[in-house]
Structure formats: C-alpha cells, structure tokens
Design a protein around this ligand. Sequence first.
Ligand SMILES: O=C(O)c1ccc(O)c(O)c1
Ligand SMILES: [Mg+2]
Length: 619
Amino acid sequence: MRTSIATVSVSGTLEQKLTAIAAAGYDAVEIFEPDLLSCAASPREIARQIADLGLTCALYQPFRDFEGMPGDLRQRAFDRIERKFDVMAELGTNRILLCSNCSPHARGERDRIVDDFGALGERAAARGVLIGYEALAWGRHVYDHRQAWDIVKAVDHPAIGILLDSFHSLSRDIPNASLAEIDPAKIVFVQLADAPRLSMDLLFWSRHFRCMPGQGDLPVAGFVAELLKLGYEGPLSLEIFNDRFRAGSTALVAQDGLRSLVAVRDQAERLIGQRPALPAPAAIGGIEFIEFAASDEEAARLEPMLAGMGFAKVGRHRSKQVDRWSQGSINLVVNREQRGFAHSYDIVHGAAICALGLTVPSPDATLRRARALDIQRFDDGARDSAVMPALRGVGGSLVYLMEGAAVDRIWASEFRALSGEGDDAGLGRIDHVAASVDVDEFLSWQLYWTALFDVAKQAELDIPDPAGLVQSRAIESADGAFRVTMNASGGRGTLSSRFIGNVFGAGFQHIAFTTGDIFATARALEEGGVALLPIPANYYDDLVARFGIAEDAVAEMRAHNILFDRDEAGNEYWQIYTRAFEKRFFFEIVERRGAYPGYGAANAPIRLGAQSRFRAEGQ
Ligand SMILES: O=C(O)c1ccc(O)c(O)c1
Ligand SMILES: [Mg+2]
C-alpha cells in the first residue's frame, strides 16, 4: 500500500509538516495550496525538500470553481488552471484535485460541464497533467461521487478522472456499493477521512471535525474494501481537516494517521476475505494483572488499603521486591523495586498504576501487529521482557502480553507462594479500568486500542464535572472481558485534568472490581477501614423519585454510599467508590445485575461532584 497525507492534516509550517510526514514513514504528500502560498520557499525548493526527505508529491490541491462557469468567468478559470500547471511542474507532481463548483455563478447543465472538461482534458494532456474531479458534499450542482463519475465517463478523456474522498461520500450516506460502478483506471486519487456522526452543515462538519479512519463513526473500512475489490492500487491519502490536529503535535498526528491507514487497510482486507498482511487484531482474554509502582513508603500506605478491600498477599517475586495480591480472579502486583521500569515510573509519577497484563492468544502475533502499527515495544533487556513482552501504552505505562494458557506457569515460575490470607470482601474480577488522558491525545489513545486489539469503541459521552465537561469513551471487547474508559477534558480543574497535573501525565486513574453482593462488599470495606466516597442525600431523594425504590431500601443504600442505575430493559448497575489513595487513583466496586451494558453515566456527575468536594485537599 502506498500511503500519503495532505499537508492540511497536520500543524506547523510547510517545512515542519513535510519533516514530520517523512519521519512518520509516509510515501507521499498532497500539497494543500494555502500551505504553499504561505511558505517562503519556492515550489522548486519545496520539491527538493520533498525529494530529500524521501517523499514524493502525489497531488496538488485544490482547484476550485472551474466547471460550468458562464462568459468571462469560464475563460478566467482556464487561465487560472494553466498557472497551476506551471506550479505543479515545479513541485514535481502531475496530479491536481479539482473540486466541484460551489460558486453561485456556476451553471449546472451536464452538457456544458462535460464540454468544459473535454476542453480542459486537451490542455491538461498537453502539459502531462491528470485532473481528479472530486464531488464536494456541498457542491452547488455536483455533490455526489455518482454524479462526478457520470461526468467523467461522459467526458471520456485520458487526462480527466475521478477523485474519491470518503468524507464527501459517507457524510451523505452514499452507499459504498456504488463505487463498484467506477472504472479503477479512472480513479486519479483517493482521499480518506472519518468523522464523528454530528448533525450539522456539511461544510462546517468537514472543515472542523474530520478525523483519522477508525476515529469516527463513518464506514471508511467498507469504502476502502470496495476500492480493493475494484483492484484500485493507487495511494490511500489522508485529508483531515480537524481543529485539534491543526493545533496539536505535528509528529503525533502524523504517526496516528499512518497507524490509521495501516489499520483501515487491514480491516478492509478482512471485510472482503482478502488474505490480510497483518496478524489479526488480538482478542483480549482479560486483564490478568494490574501493576502498581510504589516506593517502600508508598507501598506501606497502600497495602492496608488493599487488605481493607479484602485482598490477600499471596506471592512474593523470587528475585524482586514485588508482591502479588489476589482476590477472586483479580491480581494486583505492587512493585517496590529500586531500579527498572516501575521505579522510574514511580519517580516521575509517584505511586501509580504502571502496567496492565493482558492475556492474548499469541503475544508474538500481537507484537508483529504492533510493529506494523508503529506501536513501540518496551524491552529493557530484563527478564520480564523475555517472560512477557511489553508494549508502550497510555501515558508511557506498559501493556504486558501473556498467552492465556501460560499464565499459571508464569505466576508459578516468577512468584513464590505466600500463605497470605485476607478477609475476602467478595470481589470477583476486574470490571474495567479508566484512564485520564490529555484532551489532544483523546482520539490517539482510542486508536491505539482499536487498531491493535479486537475491541470496539462505544458512544462518546459528555460527563459534567463541576469544573467542566469531561469527554468519556469506553472501549470494550465483545464479551466484556476487557473494558477500558478513556477520559479527557479541556477544563483545567476537572478531576481528569487534576489527575494529569498532579501525577505528571496521563495514566490509569481508577480500577473497577466486580462483586456479587454490593451491600456485603460495602460492609466489608467499611469494616476494613477503607474510606468510601460520601454521596449526598439529595441523590438518594432523587432515586426514590426516579426509580420508585422504597424509602427504606434507599436508606440502606444511602448508609453505604451506594450509587444505582437501571436501564430501559431493567438491568441494574450498583456502585461504590473508595476515596482516592493519596489523591492519585481510586477504586470502584460494581455489581451488574442482568446485562447492564454501561458504566453508570447518570451517576458520574454525582461522583465527580463528591470528589470535587475534596479538591481543596488537592485530590
Ligand atoms: O473543504 C474544502 O474546501 C475541501 C477542499 C479540498 C478537498 O479535497 C476537500 O475534500 C474539501
Ligand atoms: Mg477531499
């Protein structure tokens, strides 16, 4: 696959953009005209830079308001495009994007448009140029790739072809199957962009909210699948107009873009049963362990909290200051080593969740997929890296990969059993983990999970925190064995942002465990001396009103600070939260009754409000 990206997709000066695009590993770039016009270097100098960076210039774009112009305006359009052919010769590209006319002067008669393109074809051929006609979704007369294809077919000139852009087609719900009508030899170029489903004006949606394939809601993989079926072999190029990307890290956005291209191509190959080049997205069996980095002092304060929650210290690493705490099928690892990764993590962040251990069918295959997606492997040469390979994950934490079948063997070979006993609090398994990330990296971390693993993103939610809205999205495996929520906020005072500020960076902020009996677990935690998050009385008055729960039942819930939700189908979600450990991370206990699918979003503002009352203490 040849990969390309339009310069408008990333931030920076044109020189910075090209450098980052080359560093990310793309084959080619589309030069977006405003980037060239605002640049001090001549087109020849830009061409030299492109070549020096090992890139090629795949396309110059856009040329506007050409077809169907009356009178003088028609001649002006022809004169204008000749000047662009001159620029293209200097830039070293023979392809130009011509987007459908938006001018109020434009005439829509098909014959007239076909004649204009016939004449343009002669001029373009004389200059060795190929024209790619793109139907802008908001074009005045041509706004659908089926119209553009009808015109290109009628023009029937070797220099006139079609340019497909997934955003324009998918934003108008044009069926992907319609691409099957197009002669692949006539496809001059393909641009890809996704977008979240928003109901707004098409132009505004396109200019501000596009995102990388897989980061939005449009069926971009199906679009690519149709092109592969056709036998299209030209480049796939990203053209992403996005306010955040334009202001964000040039390198990060460029890297994410290439990752999204690799992933969407793989997904498309799988859709049409073509032999995929990459190992399949890994099916996560579960979170086998969660590792905490802590100094001796921090661990001495954390351990009573774990014990109070019913965990027992059941293992000690054979050669390291690392303990294993268990309850139900949950494993928590507390790493107090004075060297190595966890120690570095503790120095930077303080006591923190520094790694997740995931079971996958084949760690080797997952590593190969990660390499293709440019997800970094972590290998410090230590024994851990050989026993369990690790990848860099959210906020520089690690994701260890373990083969499901090898888990017992690994525990037994690495840890000596201790006869630790705990006052079991009824916790069963890890329900989910929640990360707080920088708002500029919100989409990036979603792409990380969805590109590498067999997981799907759920609808994005806006959760009101007293200090601002928090964007939240869950990513889940189909069977619920793996669930992670990503949270980010532009408000500097929200819990999510305070976490990032207080612990010097993104990371996992809370862990939710399951219980089969929320009341018994709440009592066990209280007896264990674990401070629960106090929930206000107003919340419980509302529960009576909303769900018609009896007053005495609600009084019992209130006594234990239990939160409650029930969905339309009658499935229930019962929750309690611990106070945070040293204003860093906290725990949630959940009881799902029936197949409750979410995370108690209705309760999140209550919880955030309760947590914000401890804000003065810096939580
Ligand atoms: O928003 C625009 O004007 C615009 C320009 C060029 C494109 O290729 C496109 O898809 C949109
Ligand atoms: Mg386009």
